[in-house]
Design a protein around this ligand. Structure first.
Ligand code: ADP
Ligand code: MG
Length: 337
């Protein structure tokens, strides 16, 4: 069973929840049903094979288990982890699991971020981040192979897989660069085809909450705001813009913060929309901290930081990069009209 089989399986599973699919002609749904049963059987057999070797404490549902085992088997084989204890969160692109470390890690607990096959679909919207960004292979090296580049351009199944891998490699590589630079990010340990392993923020009983779920004392809010700005500054110094920064992607644990979720990271010089993306990041951060009583002017802060790193402010926020479902994005749009 290869990755594409899983993807098809998960897509079918999703489609079966759609209104459209439910009202589709009977024959289509029968065909879908029989394909699903077939996938079901193959996944189950595959999970059985791997689970003979690895017995994890966390008992996933059958399909999730097959995906999880397939994604983590190499990480377990290399003894980065010795057990999967529980699922921390199912996010929009990935599920994150709390794992007990293996011999190769100096901390007792680690977090495994296992990407959903479904995220391949979301990658249809990745063009704004990928603009000017070289694609990376499974070792984090820039892809120069013409075949792979052509496949990506043509969006063949192989090309989509390479693109998926590049997306993950950017998250891992960014963690490596920023951790090395002393930024507040989890320590990266390993990357496999469909998963990354990093330091776990939290303890055995609790994963760290995201900043967005917390109400802070004013003093602490001010301290953490400065800390986030220091990280944004450090990222710019290493030619990186987070690209999806907000209080949802910052964890808080015992007075410390950890910035997470980097696959869409943007390289300022090469992306034509980089100022807009940067301004959006700073605006979302200011939005959260202003609800905590910190006074801040997002545009002023963003432009000072941006210019201090030698960048030029090129244009206003391009409407394509605003999300009409988000109140703060609507406000940005209203302001510049
Ligand atoms: N290193 C970590 N330690 C503890 N929890 C984490 C860690 N990384 C992610 N998480 C949890 O998993 C959630 C989803 O991770 P994230 O990287 O933001 O992926 P997504 O793209 O799905 O938003 C986070 O909101 C957080 O609750
Ligand atoms: Mg996230």
């Amino acid at each position: 069973m290869n990755t594409n089989d899983y993807i098809k399986f998960f897509e079918e599973l999703d489609d079966s929840n759609d209104e459209d699919a439910r009202s589709s002609p009977k024959r289509t749904s029968q065909r879908r049903e029989s394909r699903k049963l077939e996938m079901d059987a193959r996944l189950f057999v595959h999970a059985q094979e791997i689970s003979r070797e690895f017995q994890f404490t966390y008992k996933a549902a059958r399909f999730e288990e097959a995906w999880l085992l397939d994604s983590l088997v190499e990480i377990a084989e290399h003894q980065w982890i010795s057990d999967v204890l529980r699922k921390v969160k199912s996010g929009k692109e990935a599920s994150v699991y709390l794992c007990r470390s293996g011999g190769g890690v100096d901390a007792p607990l680690v977090a495994a971020k296992v990407y959903r096959p479904r995220s391949l679909r979301n990658l249809k919207n990745d063009h704004q981040y990928r603009a000017g960004r070289a694609d990376l292979d499974e070792n984090g090296n820039v892809i120069v192979d013409d075949g792979a580049l052509y496949a990506m351009q043509k969006r063949t199944a192989y090309g989509e897989e390479v693109r998926h891998q590049s997306w993950i490699a950017y998250e891992f590589k960014t963690l490596e660069i920023l951790h090395q630079a002393g930024a507040d990010v989890p320590r990266p340990y390993a990357m496999e085809r469909n998963a990354i392993l990093m330091g776990f923020v939290g303890d055995l009983a609790n994963a760290a909450p995201t900043l967005h779920s917390l109400t802070l004392e004013l003093d602490e809010a001010k301290t953490l705001f400065d800390r986030v700005l220091r990280n944004i500054d450090l990222m710019l110094a290493h030619d990186r813009i987070h690209g999806d920064l907000s209080a949802f992607n910052i964890l808080y644990w015992e007075g410390d913060i950890a910035l997470i979720d980097f696959p869409q990271v943007v390289i300022p010089e090469s992306n034509p929309a980089s100022w807009s993306i940067f301004l959006r990041d700073v605006t979302r951060i200011c939005q959260y901290f202003s609800t905590q009583g910190v006074r801040c002017n997002a545009r002023k802060l963003a432009s000072e930081l941006w210019v201090s790193h030698g960048h030029r402010i090129v244009k206003e926020v391009d409407p394509r990069y605003l999300d009409p479902d988000k109140a703060e994005d609507r406000r940005i749009w209203a302001k510049q009209k």
